[in-house]
Design a protein around this ligand. Sequence first.
Ligand SMILES: C[S@@+](CC[C@H](N)C(=O)[O-])C[C@H]1O[C@@H](n2cnc3c(N)ncnc32)[C@H](O)[C@@H]1O
Length: 370
Amino acid sequence: MKYTLFLSCINGFEHNCIRDLERVGIRKYNKYDGGIEFEGYLEDIYKMNQTSRYGMHLYWEIARLPFDKDNLYKDMYNINWNKYFNIIHSFSVKVKSKRRHINEQYTALVIKDAIVDYFNKKYNKRPNVDRKTPDIPIYMYVDGGELKLYIDTTGDPLYKRGYRTDFIHQAPLNEVLAANLIASIDYKDKNLYDPMCGSGTLLIEAAMKDLNIPSQACRKDFVFKNWFNYDSELYKKIRTKLKNEVKTDCIDIYGSDNDDNCIEMLKGSIKKLGIEEKFTLRNRNIFDFIPKENSVIIFNPPYDIRISINKNLDEYYAKLSEKLKNQCKNCTIHIFTINNEYLDSIDIPCIYSKQIRNANLECVLNTYQT
Ligand SMILES: C[S@@+](CC[C@H](N)C(=O)[O-])C[C@H]1O[C@@H](n2cnc3c(N)ncnc32)[C@H](O)[C@@H]1O
């Protein structure tokens, strides 16, 4: 059976999702703002979920209809839900609309009622609603006069890679965002440094990419495992094949932070992934940071929101700039941070700048060359 699928992503990184598709051999797709639509088989659903570095959710489109508010209940009731799940499953409904006058919560309730009534009529029993960990998450997207109804094949978003330890950094980068940032920089055959590595998300994502480790190597839960047609043998076969494709050689990776706890978190994650020997880690203040010549450096300094730097940001960036300029010889430096005027205090030629929205913050990835 062929499925119409949609890999959603952070706006502006659709081109990276295409890499995800190509990696599993999918060449035909339609690019939209916020994701890529394509067709695939059950096998592709498993592969994409297991390997996508740049996507957030993989959705299966089960219906596409004109959006008719007055007939929505009837339209939803008429869907053959039994084909997708049953009263033994829990479900949830989320609605996202580009049309402003549509009340997303109310619309979700209408859909939920239609589904409950459909099953009640058929079996005299209803499936439970579970908003947190549903077996079958249903998602409706309304754009213009059209609605698209999806079943999420993923569950928890794909940034939940499973490599974090029990101790969580106070301001970790979202793993999918970090992977997309890493995909935006060139570090081929160079040493890669993060001198404010925190829990190491950027470096871990770089290592996983370089070593061809599937993004979800440490993750066990996907909601496609709840489906009637879940083929555990096929999924196991895919995982084994991907494991055999992991490479052994990787660039040299250096992480440092002035907080020992961060180094411990990073160590815990790379232990889970079995890639400790690729990393050189140490406690060091960024102001004492001297990388090897001709290296690539990437870091995201504290935003002064979740982690305070106890300093005037102007002064802080000026001092950082002076240190980087003097201590990083012939290096490419990528700084990801909130888009702020203090970045102007960095007195190193900026050769590239990309605006990025991180949750509700306007951020920027600036590239400097010393
Ligand atoms: C925004 S966090 C980085 C988060 C990281 N990218 C991650 O995903 O976990 C900034 C980090 O800079 C570190 N830091 C702050 N001041 C520092 C300094 N002077 N030298 C080195 N590290 C510093 C903090 O300990 C923190 O872990």
